[in-house]
Write a protein that binds this ligand. Structure first.
Ligand SMILES: Cc1cc2nc3c(=O)[nH]c(=O)nc-3n(C[C@H](O)[C@H](O)[C@H](O)COP(=O)(O)OP(=O)(O)OC[C@H]3O[C@@H](n4cnc5c(N)ncnc54)[C@H](O)[C@@H]3O)c2cc1C
Length: 386
């Protein structure tokens, strides 16, 4: 593998870096988990879109730049190194969009992709239900045929940002008599449709964008089905590859955290505790290793080979690395680590403790790490099921 960047890639990186240096808000935005913070993030993403940086790897007709996967990775690196805000469009652009590119109709692509990239339509993911988390095929919410479309009924839960979003993408059971994985269909649901009730609730870290969504005979038209009827599992599994692997958590995010951790160590030293020094060095190396692993995955994609179950290895790597880095930062900071945003002596406006609380969820969302280990054991290593 040739790891050197081409002239074109270097120029792309330089252009992204210059734009971000001039435009990233100097003061961090308030958390996107508050209503005001969410609005501030949406305004930022509209600016990003207007300048053509919101979905660089998409075709230009949908607001992208036709950038290659390597260029997209470079953009992500620069984005995080510049300290740019978290993307509130992420459940749309990183999870739903790959499914639309693969399974969506031309009409859906024309209608949905541009407003998604422009942060005009904000999307939430509606997969989990009270009785269907790890066992996603247990989805019990139903869709029943009616004239011109479907009536949706049931409950979704743990839906990130659904309290502030416009629409939800998720799985519904269309054929209760079929085997569990075969009777599901992938739907797009406007959250302002009659019969939808969005019940937002607070998380441990104070954010209030999480929601449960109740659906009571909600009508959605036929054009809101992604892929074929009863083929929703196939669409969903294509999306999990994006969620666990490349698109949702690119290496740039962790390279930037590792760099911040090194800077924190230099500043605080922590009595030159060799154990902490080793943890910082290890974190930096692990972030580099994750980047190299991702590049290997990109090479495989370029050769037309599917990522498949390998994305489970990615998921474990980034989620556990993120947690280790934040734990190390808290140890480095000592008691002051507990000061949250707004406290006068909080370091980096409490970013480490906030990041730690979110990192705790990393081994749970996008499919728990226990489930990923099962997938690796069975589908990568070929071990017997039990
Ligand atoms: C921060 C956050 C954001 C989220 N955002 C969304 C979202 O936007 N949309 C959405 O649809 N969902 C979302 N989720 C939900 C997430 O996908 C589920 O929490 C996750 O899939 C686990 O399901 P569960 O909570 O029902 O736990 P369960 O499935 O009940 O699992 C409980 C425990 O049992 C373990 N376990 C279960 N089955 C097995 C097995 N076969 N082998 C070994 N261990 C097992 C699990 O690993 C876990 O430790 C989010 C979750 C979090 C924490």
């Amino acid at each position: 593998m040739d790891l050197r960047l081409s002239e074109r890639e270097e120029a792309f990186r330089a252009e992204a870096r210059a734009w971000l240096a001039a435009h990233v808000p100097k003061k961090p935005l308030p958390s996107s988990g508050s209503r005001d913070g969410f609005a501030a993030h949406v305004a930022w993403e509209k600016e990003l879109f207007a300048a053509g940086w919101s979905v660089v790897s998409w075709p230009a007709r949908y607001g992208g730049r036709d950038a290659s996967v390597v260029e997209w990775l470079l953009f992500e690196e620069e984005y995080y190194l510049a300290g740019a805000p978290a993307r509130v469009t992420q459940n749309g652009i990183f999870l739903l969009a790959p499914a639309l590119f693969e399974f969506g109709s031309d009409e859906q692509k024309e209608r949905l992709l541009r407003p998604m990239a422009a942060a005009e339509t904000l999307w939430a993911q509606g997969w989990s239900e009270p009785g269907a988390g790890s066992d996603l095929a247990a989805v019990a919410s139903t869709a029943t045929r009616t004239e011109g479309g479907w009536l949706l009924r049931g409950q979704k839960t743990w839906s990130t940002r659904a309290a502030f979003c416009h629409a939800l993408h998720g799985l519904f059971r269309t054929d209760p008599s079929a085997p569990r994985h075969k009777g599901l269909t992938y739907f797009l649901v406007p959250l302002d449709a009659p019969g939808v009730r969005v019940n937002g609730f607070r998380r441990l870290d104070g954010d209030e964008d999480f929601a449960e969504v109740f659906l009571d005979d909600v009508f959605v038209a036929d054009r809101e089905v992604v892929g074929a009827v009863h083929q929703g599992w196939k669409v969903a599994m294509a999306t999990t590859g994006s969620e666990r692997g490349l698109t949702l958590r690119s290496p740039g995010r962790f390279l930037a955290t590792a760099r911040r951790l090194v800077a924190l160590y230099r500043e605080h030293r922590a009595g030159a505790d060799p154990r902490l020094r080793d943890a910082v060095v290890q974190a930096w190396m692990d972030a580099q290793a994750y980047q190299l692993y991702t590049l290997r995955a990109v090479s495989r994609i370029a050769e037309g080979k599917p990522l498949g179950a390998d994305s489970s290895i990615n998921k474990i790597a980034w989620s556990e690395l993120d947690l280790r880095m934040h734990e190390t930062a808290l140890e480095l900071l000592g008691p002051v680590a507990e000061l949250v945003s707004g406290a006068p002596d909080a370091v980096d406006a409490g970013a480490w403790i906030k990041g730690f609380q979110f990192a705790l969820a990393g081994p749970i969302y996008a499919g728990t790490n226990e489930i990923q280990r099962n997938v690796i054991a069975e589908r990568v290593l070929g071990l017997p099921k039990e």
